[in-house]
Design a protein around this ligand. Structure first.
Ligand SMILES: Cc1ncc(COP(=O)(O)O)c(C=O)c1O
Length: 365
């Protein structure tokens, strides 16, 4: 009987709700019969992948029969240069989510606890709970992480703090000073994971300088991804930077060939594609401001965001409006799983997609 097997499930996995990804364009086309669908659901880059990376894809002959470089040496060299660190300070992941999971597996177990902010990126909860660790959630203020409160919520067995900066789905961020003070005020035995998936989009002067923090604190891992500004979400690649001893520990439990050859090659070029990054930031700022204003004019309550998405609340239940928009071929994200049932999250797209979304929303209000 299946229940015989399931009774042996790790206790942390028993009550776990899996991550729900955004709907795909194909799914919506098939279900609603649309020939054109607008996807503003997963914070992808409306400009697409780095053109330099696409060139590599077209022009290179790929040796698909060979295993990838398990150490990712060439890519690590470029990342090291980009971050001002050494190869030994870098770990590559199958998306930055993998790094988050490696940290959880390495430092959490049923005798420990992890700490996150309320409304923080969902993966932290999943990777923590899967280990059987207790999850401590710190209340937000104006939807933002209250890092100054984190030390007071620490328990004796807390080993990991996850911080999304900026946070998904709220789009809020913490300043360098706030993160610095947190690191200063907690025991050095507590590992802080600073998730900077949307790093390049942030144009605030007081935003974090990861290198400065890493120079001073050894209990810090910073994660970044190629899925967002570099537009390489489908090939799954991200990385973590930290003290070399910490990287060595995480490498012990990493699958030997976790990042495929193509991802390594494309990421190596994309990280240096300054023009694509600059254009993406510009478009995001321009369209983001317009979208924010137009949503506000429609009577929505928008959370100010420094990232490439906006969460907003209106006179509706998020799930219901999400379904109505789907029927019109517009995919956004309901965020009731983040305890924000009255909100929707929309990715800042290009002018055309944003207009289609706004038009549909206006008609449905
Ligand atoms: C805050 C945050 N961290 C990490 C990730 C995961 O990114 P990746 O595609 O690198 O696994 C996301 C993806 O949406 C995110 O929003």
């Amino acid at each position: 009987m299946i229940s015989d097997i399931l009774q042996n499930l790790n206790p942390g996995i028993k009550g776990l709700h899996p991550y729900e990804p955004g709907k795909t364009i194909d799914e919506v086309m098939l279900k609603y019969g649309h020939s054109e669908v607008v996807k503003l659901a997963s914070n992808e880059n409306p400009l697409g992948a780095s053109p330099k990376a696409l060139e590599i894809l077209e022009n290179n002959k790929h040796e698909l029969h060979l295993y990838p470089d398990g150490n990712g040496s060439k890519l690590k060299e470029v990342i090291a240069d980009h971050e001002g660190l050494l190869d030994e300070n870098i770990i590559l992941g199958n998306g930055s989510n993998e790094i988050l999971e490696l940290v959880a597996r390495a430092f959490l177990n049923p005798q420990t606890s992890s700490m996150v902010s309320c409304h923080a990126f969902a993966i932290y909860k999943i990777v923590s709970q899967a280990t059987g660790a207790k999850l401590i959630e710190v209340p937000t203020e104006k939807w933002g992480h209250q890092l100054k409160k984190f030390p007071t919520y620490l328990e004796e067995n807390t080993t990991v703090i996850f911080i999304a900066n900026p946070n998904n789905p709220t789009g809020t961020y913490n300043s360098h000073d706030e993160v610095y003070k947190l690191l200063r005020d907690i025991p050095s035995s507590v590992l802080v994971v600073l998730d900077c998936a949307y790093f390049e989009y942030v144009t605030k002067n007081d935003y974090v300088d990861p290198l400065a923090l890493l120079k001073e604190f050894q209990n810090l891992v910073v994660t970044k991804t190629f899925s967002k500004i570099q537009g390489l979400a489908s090939i799954r690649i991200g990385y973590g930077i930290a003290n070399s001893a910490l990287i060595e520990v995480l490498n012990r439990i990493r699958q030997p060939f976790n990042v495929n050859s193509l991802a390594q090659e494309l990421a190596r070029v994309a990280i240096c594609d300054a023009q694509h990054i600059e254009q993406s930031v510009k478009l995001n700022s321009l369209e983001g401001n317009k979208l924010f204003d137009k949503l506000t004019n429609l009577g929505m309550e928008c959370i100010p965001s420094v990232a490439n998405f906006i969460s907003f609340k209106g006179p509706f239940v998020g799930q219901e409006m999400f379904k109505k928009l789907l029927e019109r071929g517009i995919i956004v994200r309901p965020i009731d799983v983040y305890d924000m049932p009255d909100f929707l999250r929309v990715t800042i797209g290009n002018k055309k997609d944003n207009s289609r979304f706004l038009k549909a929303l206006e008609e449905l209000l």
